[in-house]
Design a protein around this ligand. Structure first.
Ligand code: PRP
Ligand code: MN
Ligand code: MG
Length: 182
């Protein structure tokens, strides 16, 4: 039994992910020059591998925070009900916030969290996402920093799960449909 048997094909390879992290890290380093302790805010759990690798390419005095947010609850479609399971530990008032995400699909998660952080008085709120799935959008949302665009297929790996599995695969792949249809 191997978890890799459940993957139909590789969509974003380990080499491609490494190149994306380097490119986005450099861009963020340039854009956030001179800002006072920006906060890189990861949305758990999907953000973990991407945020870890991306942050090593950001050469700035940043703070790292996490918020545990969920809307899929183990399903393949978004419930649209974005739940904050654990909030961040610091005030965002007058702070520059860069949210790190694994994927923007319907846009509901980021629409909810960006509005919340603005409401809480953040000075700026931007988003860096490894994957963008524009064909999945239900609410208009445009992330500032995008790793790569993916088609409307169910993707897993590198933080992305199906029913809490496959997050530990080191690349992004398409899950065999028979896995979620059974
Ligand atoms: C997934 C993914 C994003 C969000 C994107 O999280 O990690 O956070 O959904 O989808 P959306 O644009 O349709 O809102 P999920 O709710 O599955 O929680 P997880 O990160 O703990 O897996
Ligand atoms: Mn998530
Ligand atoms: Mg999930």
């Amino acid at each position: 039994m191997s978890i890799y048997n459940d993957i139909e094909r590789v969509l974003v390879s380990q080499d491609e992910i490494a190149a994306i992290c380097e490119r986005l890290g450099k861009q963020i380093t340039a854009d956030y020059q001179g800002k006072e302790r920006p906060i890189l805010l990861g949305l758990l759990k999907g953000c973990v591998p991407f945020m870890s690798d991306l942050s090593k390419h950001i050469d700035l005095p940043i703070e790292i925070e996490y918020m545990d947010v969920s809307s899929y609850h183990g399903n393949i479609t978004s419930s649209g009900d974005v739940k904050i399971r654990k909030d961040m530990n610091t005030s965002v008032m007058d702070r520059d916030i860069l949210i790190a995400e694994d994927i923007v699909d319907t846009g509901k998660t980021l629409d909810t969290i960006v509005k919340l952080l603005r409401h809480r008085g953040a000075k700026s709120v931007e988003v860096v996402t490894l994957l963008d799935k524009p064909a999945g959008r239900v609410i208009p949302f445009t992330p500032k920093y995008i790793g790569t665009v993916v088609p409307k297929e169910f993707v897993v790996g590198y933080g992305l799960d199906y029913n809490e599995l496959y997050r530990n695969i080191p690349y992004v792949g398409v899950l065999k449909p028979e896995i979620y249809k059974k």
